[in-house]
Design a protein around this ligand. Structure first.
Ligand code: GAR
Length: 181
């Protein structure tokens, strides 16, 4: 069974969806925010948690907790992953982003879609590289932007799609890794 670490800074709804769909494969949750909802959800599920706040060497400090981990899932982790963490997990760090990348990278992508007057947006699971939301795409799902949408409603609709595709993308990647090893 694969051992997955989930990194997040926020409420943790994607973590919760991953936990429901991938069960015992998630073995550790790391956050840079001591009060993040993701930590409360992880503790409630009886999982090991770690807090590493931002600052110098964040990626190295996170890496020091990842012995025995096969795959990392960023789930609302609002910091760039850098060396030495990147190099230690080549094509083994995934991120979920609330837009159809390469459109609307960065923060509050659903607001960018609204401001842009887009008719559709969506979400993307991709491999993490040194850029911001730039790595190779693994899976995407489209979500319509409806008249009358506000930021909250649109983000909620995107998140429903995120909760569907993230576990599917993880399964795909784990399956491919089995064939490589
Ligand atoms: C998610 O919508 C995720 O796509 C987004 O943060 C939210 C976290 O929600 N991530 C980014 O914008 C990364 N650039 P959650 O904590 O409930 O999973």
């Amino acid at each position: 069974m694969a051992r997955i670490a989930v990194l997040g800074s926020g409420a943790g709804s994607n973590f919760q969806a991953l936990l429901e769909k991938l069960g015992g494969q998630i073995s550790l949750v790391v956050s840079d925010q001591p009060d993040a909802g993701i930590l409360k959800k992880a503790k409630a599920a009886g999982l090991q948690t770690v807090v590493e706040e931002g600052g110098p060497d964040l990626s190295a400090r996170i890496l020091s907790h990842l012995d025995g981990i096969d795959l990392i899932c960023l789930a609302g982790f609002m910091r760039l992953v850098k060396e030495p963490l990147l190099g230690a997990f080549p094509r083994r760090i995934l991120n979920i982003h609330p837009s159809l990348l390469p459109k609307y990278p960065g923060k509050a992508a659903w607001e960018q879609a609204l401001v842009d007057g887009a008719g559709k947006t969506g979400c993307t699971v991709h491999f993490v590289d040194a850029g911001m939301d730039t790595g190779e795409v693994i899976l995407q799902a489209e979500v319509p932007v409806l008249s009358g949408d506000n930021a909250g409603i649109l983000h909620e609709r995107i998140q429903q799609a995120e909760h569907r595709i993230y576990a599917e993308a993880v399964r795909l990647v784990l399956e491919r890794l089995k064939h490589v090893e």
